[in-house]
Write a protein that binds this ligand. Sequence first.
Ligand code: SF4
Length: 217
Amino acid sequence: MSYAVKEIYFTWQGEGVHTGRPGVFLRFAGCNLWDGVESHRENAVCWFCDTNFVGTNGPGGGRYNSAADLADRVLEEWTSNALRAGNPASEPFVVCTGGEPLLQLDGFLVDELRARGFYVAVETNGTLPPPVEVDWLCVSPKGGSQLAVRAGDELKLVYPQHSASPEAFLSLDFDHFSLQPLDGPDRERNTRLALDYCRNHPRWRLSVQTHKLLGIP
Ligand code: SF4
């Protein structure tokens, strides 16, 4: 198995329950809800994507021929940056994201990351079952797609979305429900809508994309 990786970089988790936690983002190339071509966006199942997941040309990106090679590269990114930040003792944290990471993430890679001490988090659109249990499973459902993952740690819903109202997800087996304003030209309005929704439905917590406010990746 080889892995197509868009980029690997150290940053701070910007959104959701783990906001503020330092970690390495392992961004896999490719997604099953949009091909990443701008001219196809309006007909895609997921049309509001804010991420470049096409190709393997980002920092640390490329094709990795083994799980061990990829895990080594992730560890190198963690070690050099955690040391530079004066924070070598904190638990290594990796966020497997994309694109859609579950198109490629497998048990071998999870094992290799864990063997290097990583707490393994996954951010998925929830259309594919995870190959093995991970430490943190965050599902972000997209309207118009079929949800295959109905349990996990965090359900993070971009709001508002046609055919994905928050009420539809509350019966699922998640510990945390996060509502995140849809970014774009209507971000202020969507933030007010999300705040109102959380005020009236206290099981939902507001998730703000703090990395965008801070200008970090
Ligand atoms: S599912 Fe995620 S990665 Fe795929 S197009 Fe939508 S927002 Fe982008």
